[in-house]
Design a protein around this ligand. Sequence first.
Ligand code: HEM
Ligand SMILES: [Ca+2]
Ligand SMILES: [Ca+2]
Length: 301
Amino acid sequence: KGQLDPHFYDKVCPQALPVIKSIVEDAIKQEARMGASLLRLHFHDCFVNGCDASVLLDDTDTFIGEKNAAPNMNSLRGFEVIDRIKSALYYVCRGNVVSCADIVAVAARDSVVALGGPSYEVHLGRRDARTASQAAANNSIPAPTLDFSGLVSSFVSHGLTIQDLVLLSGAHTLGFARCTNFRARLYNETWTLEDSQATSLKYICPSESGDGDDNLAQLDGTPAKFDTVYYDWLLQRKGLLHSDQQLYKGDGSGSDGLVKYYSQNSKAFWEDFGVAMIRMGALSPLIGTDGEIRMDCRKVN
Ligand code: HEM
Ligand SMILES: [Ca+2]
Ligand SMILES: [Ca+2]
């Protein structure tokens, strides 16, 4: 069984990584949130049958894809940016050499860097799935309603640790969530939510189901900057999602200590986040002659 390799494209298409980086930077200049969306895309790919670009496949006659699974529908973004990169690379590399799964992994890293976060070497050589499963997406992506133990089980089932959970949740330093994903926390567990945060969120997210469901709130105080404000917010009981605040309960249990540590130690967060991303990026990739290199990231060849 082969392995991923940071230098996989060095000989076959040396321009691949700089081209991805420049298209990602352009997209983020147009809209900072796109960086958050591209980072999340990699997570939602890797947690469903590994980092194999299954998340990019449209529904077909033979399978229902992941795009309309509950965690993804009306929520996942960035598909057009991936398409743009794919076509640019076809031209630059003179053919179909860079897999969609690798594009997603590199775009996630370049997004983190473009928004002020740490760089890390992306391991490459993933190939693309020939199928996708909506049921798998519904079963494998953790829900924001999960308690600490449920979050841990999800990560452990993917071969990841509690530390990975805390680090990778640090991605919520970027981007937004829809009212429908935090309404229950806002109205049914108000005692776990800091007062001023509750007050301002109630303007964005009315209590009535269906009312303002798609209204957006920031996951931390600086949604276009990769920093440790997400962890600071957890310490202040301002976590937006139920699952966020589950990482810090304030009684010393669970991952309280890790959250405190990363909130106070951005250097450690920078280093450890990259390591955790490399670990997530290595979840059961297709390598060697498995899978294919898709021509169009939305369709199997
Ligand atoms: C630990 C379990 C996790 C849960 C329960 C969770 C849940 C969510 C939810 C519900 C949203 C808002 C979606 C919407 O309202 O449309 C969201 C957004 C986001 N998530 Fe997570 N997430 C988790 C872990 C992660 C990980 C591991 C990453 C990446 C490494 C990540 C990256 C993001 C980003 C960047 C956004 C903002 C996206 C945007 O603004 O377009 N999340 N997450
Ligand atoms: Ca996948
Ligand atoms: Ca931030």
